[in-house]
Design a protein. Structure first.
Length: 175
């Protein structure tokens, strides 16, 4: 049985957090590819896994649709307070089937698999990937369960945490 993932991979510069949101069937390969192309170090990685590709495709589409206002380019988002609040709300409700009729009616006419995610209860497993990943190790083996609130809270805390550089606190230019 194959396992499929929606991933949230966060990196940061001196003042902002960036979150990449996408699909993969190999989180180790995806992390490696993103780190190669990203000018900032990856600070956190989370996955939502399912044995059913259709489920993760629907979840990814739903997240992209609901987080559209925070999108920078393609699958990259700026990690703002609004982004993390929306992320927490969506992830918290997908396993409970807690979407209202109004939210269902407000979805665009073009939705498909993401609408199914909103209609039913699911049993997605939320995992925090331990970084750095050791060479030759499956990152899922050492991953820890994380609630949607923990994921959003951990990433949101990065917004106010100063960046450490060479043992010194980075000083923000705008004070």
């Amino acid at each position: 049985m194959d396992t499929h993932y929606v991933y949230l991979i966060a990196c940061r510069d001196e003042s902002k957090i960036y979150v990449k949101l996408g699909l993969t069937s190999s989180i180790q390969r995806r992390l490696s590819n993103i780190q190669t192309g990203c000018p900032h170090s990856i600070t956190h990685a989370f996955v939502v896994r399912s044995a059913y590709r259709e489920e993760v495709e629907g979840l990814e589409k739903l997240l992209h649709a609901l987080l559209e206002s925070e999108c920078l380019r393609a699958e990259w988002y700026e990690g703002t307070k609004s982004f993390f609040a929306t992320l927490d709300a969506v992830l918290s409700r997908i396993n409970e089937g807690g979407f209202t009729y109004e939210e269902l009616w407000d979805m665009p006419d073009s939705v498909s698999s993401e609408f199914e995610i909103m209609l039913h209860r699911h049993e997605f497993q939320f995992l925090r990937i331990q970084l750095p990943i050791r060479k030759g190790r499956d990152p899922i083996e050492s991953a820890q369960n994380a609630s949607p609130a923990e994921i959003a809270d951990l990433l949101a805390r990065e917004l106010s945490a100063p960046l450490l550089r060479a043992g010194k606190l980075a000083v923000e230019l705008q004070q």
